[in-house]
Write a protein that binds this ligand. Structure first.
Ligand code: HEM
Length: 170
């Protein structure tokens, strides 16, 4: 909201650190998304709740798509995150620094994971019968879906580390 007013410096977020509204929102949202994904996998693996798993995964995918879109718009158009990170001891202007390295590691997980989630959901909807149940496609789904789940977990962990280094540390 602040950034809509053309303001790119604090106060913008709500966590009391230096994050913008969207940075804080995504940082916090991942604490909900990762456990919900874990619950959805537990339900399909140990309770055979195939339909609940399908609904949960598609809902998580859609929620993430909206959050990522809003986040990208904020980062590209409104918030200069490097300005917010400038007072971090891990940030050194104009040269490779710990904050940039941590962002690079984060993006190595976040970018492939985005495509993996689109692939896993599209293929599952196309190839798993409705209502969902084990099928000829199960082996392939389990392989790619485990990779997608691992990628999302690492995206969250590396994102939290980046957030700390850039916007919390002082
Ligand atoms: C990115 C989205 C998704 C992720 C991360 C995901 C994750 C997983 C994982 C990790 C398993 C294997 C659990 C195990 O180790 O046994 C699994 C199984 C399953 N998933 Fe998904 N899933 C996703 C989307 C979907 C969708 C959209 C559907 C339905 C259209 C679906 C239907 C199933 C079914 C039926 C199984 C059981 C397969 C079997 O045991 O034969 N999943 N999912």
């Amino acid at each position: 909201m602040w950034s809509l007013l053309g303001q790119t410096t604090p106060p913008t977020g709500f966590l009391g650190a230096r994050g913008s509204l969207m940075l804080d929102f995504v940082f916090l949202a991942m604490f909900g998304i990762v456990p919900l994904m874990g619950l959805s996998i537990y339900l399909v693996k140990y309770r055979r709740k195939y339909t609940v798993h399908k609904i949960m995964q598609i809902s998580l995918g859609l929620t993430l798509a909206v959050a990522v879109a809003a986040f990208e718009i904020d980062m590209r158009l409104f918030t200069d995150w490097e300005k917010l990170a400038a007072s971090s001891p891990y940030y050194i202007a104009g040269q490779w620094n710990t904050v940039w390295y941590s962002l690079l590691v984060h993006l190595c997980f976040a970018i492939p994971t985005t495509f993996l989630w689109i692939f896993v959901i599209v293929q599952a909807v196309r190839k798993i019968p409705a209502p969902p149940a084990p099928s000829d496609y199960s082996r392939q789904h389990i392989f790619w879906a485990r990779l997608a789940a691992g990628g999302m977990t690492m995206t969250a962990i590396t994102g939290w580390i980046f957030y700390y280094l850039a916007f919390v540390a002082s």
